[in-house]
Design a protein around this ligand. Sequence first.
Ligand SMILES: NC(=O)c1ccc[n+]([C@@H]2O[C@H](COP(=O)([O-])OP(=O)(O)OC[C@H]3O[C@@H](n4cnc5c(N)ncnc54)[C@H](OP(=O)(O)O)[C@@H]3O)[C@@H](O)[C@H]2O)c1
Length: 320
Amino acid sequence: MFKTTDQFKEVCVLGGSGFVGSAIVAKLDAAGYSVKVLTRRRESAKHLILLPNVQVEECNVADYHSLNSALRGADVVINLLGILQQNRRSTFKAIHHQLPAQLAKICVDLNITRLIHMSSLQAGENAPSQYLRSKGAGEAALHAFQNQLNITIFKPSVIFGRGDSFINLFATLIKTLPVVLLAKPDAKFQPVWVEDVASCFVACIPNTATYDKTYELAGPKVYSFRELIKSVMNALQVQRPIIGLNDKLSYAQAFMMELIPVKLMSRDNVRSMEIDSVSEQSFPTVFKITPTALETVIPQYLVDQTPRGAYDRFRRTAAR
Ligand SMILES: NC(=O)c1ccc[n+]([C@@H]2O[C@H](COP(=O)([O-])OP(=O)(O)OC[C@H]3O[C@@H](n4cnc5c(N)ncnc54)[C@H](OP(=O)(O)O)[C@@H]3O)[C@@H](O)[C@H]2O)c1
C-alpha cells in the first residue's frame, strides 16, 4: 500500500551535508518535515545539527545492511550523492549507478514509496563523459522500479549559490592569477540557483503530479564559459585577461591538473563540456518558480572576495 502524501513526515537525505543538500535540508526543516541526514562523517554535517527538525546519522551508505537500517521509518528518501571526480575508493559507477539501484531496492523492501533523485543535465548513455554516462545509468536503474516506487528525477545544469564549488573556485583563481587560461571557452551553461533547485525538491514531495517525472532545471540565461567567467569578474570588480584554450590544450591543462593534489578539473570534466549544459525546456511550471538570474545572486556571496567586502569583513571581525 502506498502512503498518502499527508502521511509523509520523515525524510531521509543522502548527501544532505553537501552544497545542494544543505539548502534542501534547511527548506525541509522549515517546512516541518522530520529530517534524517546520512553522512560518512558527522563532522561534515555539523552545520545542520542546530536545525530543530534535523538529526544527523553516520552511515556507510555503500553497505546494504547499514543503509537498510538507517532508512527504516522514513516515508521519503532524497538521494543527492554525487562526485565530480572519481578515485580508487569512490567510482562514478558505484556512486551514480549502483548506489541508486541499491537504494531503490531497499525502498521497495522497506515499503518506502517516495524517492527523489538528483541526476544531471545531459546525463545519458551516449553522453561524452563518464560522469554523465554514470548519472544516465543511475536514471535507467531507477526507471526499472517505476511500477513499485513513486520516483521524481531532477537534472540541473550547473548550480550556483553561497558555498558552491564552481563559481567560488573561479573567483579564487581570478583573484590569484594574473591571467585566466580557460578550457572550452565556448562551452555553454545555463546556471540555476541552489535555492530554486531546493524549492523544487521540497515542493515535489507531496505533489502526485510529479510522480514518475524527470525535470530539467536550468536558469533564465545561457552563458558561454567565457561569459560566465566575465560575470564572476564583474561581481568581484576584478578584470583579468581570459585566454581561451583550444581542445588539445584544454585536455592538456586538465591532465596537468589531475597530477596535483587539489582537484581543480579533470579530463572527464572537460569531456562533460563537449555537450552544452543547456535545456531546451522552460523551467517546469508545476513548481510555480521564476528562476533567479546569476547576476542578482553572485554579488551577494562573492562580496567577501571583493576589496571592499574584505575591508568590511575585517571591520566586522575587529568590531569597528
Ligand atoms: N553542484 C552542481 O553544480 C551540480 C549540478 C548538477 C548536478 N549536481 C548533483 O547534485 C548532487 C549534489 O551536488 P553538490 O554540489 O551538493 O555536491 P557536494 O557538495 O560534493 O555533496 C555531495 C554529497 O555526496 C556525499 N558523498 C560524496 N562522495 C561520497 C562517497 N564516496 N560515498 C558516500 N557519500 C558521498 C557527501 O556526503 P558526506 O561527505 O556527508 O558523506 C556529500 O554530502 C550530486 O549528485 C551532483 O552530481 C550538482
